[in-house]
Write a protein that binds this ligand. Sequence first.
Ligand code: G16
Length: 528
Amino acid sequence: MNEEQRSILLQSSSRFPPPKGTKLSYGTAGFRADASILQSTVFRIGILAALRSLKTGGAVIGLMITASHNKVSDNGIKVADPSGGMLTQDWEPFADSIANAPDPESLVKLITEFAKKENIPLDGAKAAVLLGRDTRPSGESLVEAANKGICSVVGAVAIDMGIVTTPELHWMVRARNKGLKATELHYFDQLSTSFRCLIDLIPEKSGDNHHPIGKLVVDCSNGVGGEKLQVLKEKLNAFLHLEIRNSDVGISECFRCASLDGDADRFVYFTLTSNGDNNKINLVDGDKILSLFALFIKQQLSILNQDVGVGVGVVQTAYANGASTKYLNDLGLKVVFTPTGVKYLHGKAEEYDIGIYFEANGHGTVLFSDHFLSWLDGIKNEPCSGLEKQNAAKRLLAVANLMNQAVGDALSGLLLVEAILQHMGWSLDKWNQLYHDLPSRQLKVKVADRSAVVTTNAETSVEKPPGLQEAITALTSKYPQGRCFVRPSGTEDVVRVYAEAKTQEEADELADSVAKIVQQFLGSHFIA
Ligand code: G16
């Protein structure tokens, strides 16, 4: 590193001192904490993003300021690699170490060593980082800190995309690096055109009652998804009846509803049934979204006589309801498991011709290999294939265009659900009956130090502290069809407990007793 670069880094980083007495760590999807302590972390990850761009020959990197589902006073950072996917895991330890460097001297030392080890040219070569943020009030000043970090690497520029959803930013990074049109306008055009294409390809007499299936009420959690969904609503008004809500989520029984998280990378569906004074939410989660997509894709492959020829892989996590995995296996699909976090699921799904991945919490997408897309293009353009096959190929190509190929995307996922329900002529209830979930319960336990819990086997088994797994196994064995695991959250300061059993009472009881065991092993404050 030359003197000029060194002195710029020393000077600029002295304006962003790290918070005292707090150790920050790169979690499930980047850093996340109370916004008031994040200035220095965001500044430093700005530097990291610029270095990543230099390392990849000047490719565009993405930096998103968001804390997604966390409370509004939190904020965080997600980094998009040149492919549009999450930052390569090899760089996470470097992110951890620079976030916690105590002073400018040690920060510059870490950067110098890393740049040397990784052969990163610090000679003024060009680098570019796209910046985005969600609607949190702390976003603006954190973007400014990130900008300062990026610009303290000589040759690097920051391009501020303003308020965007996380998946939009990942999509833009991917599109720019592929030399494609990459503005927000293009993003919305791609989504709405491919949705229209799926609707236009619905056969005349498809399903039980082929016609638009009534209003969908979408709760956007006061997040960034609300204003973006409004754009899609205006483009698609004739084909989709959407009502967008934020704080006023008073909903009556007759509505189909969906809910987005704060940065619009996750979504679930639900309906209400009321029993006297009690309203019950019937949740249609990521597992069922995955199952609907898998079923539709299987149907199209079957029209193409490719029931077995095409490699379709389904990726889930330990949170997947056991009934969903059974349903997918019964469809003849290969199901594999990874730890929580799209950074793991996405990588696995990329190994297939068609990789479908979803977390139960509604985070996921459908990936298509280039090779398979070329094959579909061939069928589409070959009249000898026959109209039915051509249409099936067109549908799959439209799914590939609609579904974000960089990361899970609530807006594109929601449009695919709507297109498939219209194609099938299905109501939400009919969809929900694909299979019946095993009763389950999730709890959060606040402990003194969640990093004391270390898991293995895609988070299904606890390695540390010693004895905890044996205690969980002993409790679980008391319940027919019982399954239970615990893991430290990577986005909140809690340990999560998941339990499944034959009845709701048993699932509740199992989760509760395991939460108590966690308390005993780790010392705790409360269970929520
Ligand atoms: C992030 C990740 C998801 C993960 C979720 C919860 O979502 O991208 O893959 O499921 O956190 O993670 P944890 O259980 O470790 O807290 P988001 O939408 O919050 O960025």
